[in-house]
Design a protein around this ligand. Structure first.
Ligand SMILES: [Ca+2]
Length: 206
């Protein structure tokens, strides 16, 4: 949940004793920005003991080898009870990820943010890296261009929740944006690594 503080100025004129007394006051108004993602906190489906790997609802899943090492997790959470865990293969040139496709308007600016957690434990760390991106699609579903966010690795996260975000403008002709979380594997079989993602969001900026 993210809120934006906006100052609203009202100029109110009141008459008293035939004198105009302008009263200027500022009221603090809190407007909530609309969250455009569905299931942004990965709380659905609820994790159940003994269930096989569970993928988050509302998110599309992709991978380089049709195998998904992505699952709902209750090991850690930044918001609610659950996050989503990505586990690398240790094989070079493999990747996997989650995405949601959202209608956008050309010229508007969008922020895409997630919270990332990498385990301090050495056995959980590894050679993987993560990155956000947005694929801007035209009316035929063809990619116009792509906006990339910063890369995170086990070197860049000290073992607590860290917010990662990108901001991008929908280019001319864009009708939809594919908001993507990708885990890339750099290929160290001894240290494949894992990370968790929680509390994602996409907002149209004013
Ligand atoms: Ca959550």
């Amino acid at each position: 949940m993210r809120v934006r503080n906006t100052s609203l100025s009202l100029n109110v004129t009141r008459w008293s004793m035939r004198l105009a007394i302008p009263i200027l006051f500022t009221a603090g108004v809190v407007l909530a920005e609309e969250q455009l993602l569905l299931n942004p906190s990965f709380e659905e489906p609820g994790w159940q003991e003994g269930q096989p790997s569970q993928l988050p609802e509302e998110w599309s899943t992709f991978s380089s080898d049709d195998q998904y090492r992505i699952r709902i997790s209750r090991d850690v959470a930044n918001e609610g009870d659950q996050s989503v865990r990505f586990t690398a293969t240790g094989r070079a040139n493999t990747f996997q990820g989650l995405s949601q496709t959202i209608d956008v308007r050309e010229g508007n600016v969008y922020e895409f943010a997630v919270h990332v957690w990498l385990d301090r434990a050495e056995e959980q760390r590894g050679s993987l890296r993560g990155q956000l991106s947005v694929e801007w699609l035209n009316e035929r579903g063809e990619e116009i261009t792509r906006t990339w966010g910063p890369v995170w690795t086990d070197e860049s996260s000290p073992g607590f929740w860290n917010e990662i975000s990108l901001t991008g403008m929908a280019p001319h002709g864009a009708e939809r944006g594919v908001f993507v979380i990708t885990q890339f594997d750099t290929g160290d079989p001894e240290r494949p690594g894992t990370f968790h993602v929680d509390d994602a969001g996409v907002w149209e900026l004013p």
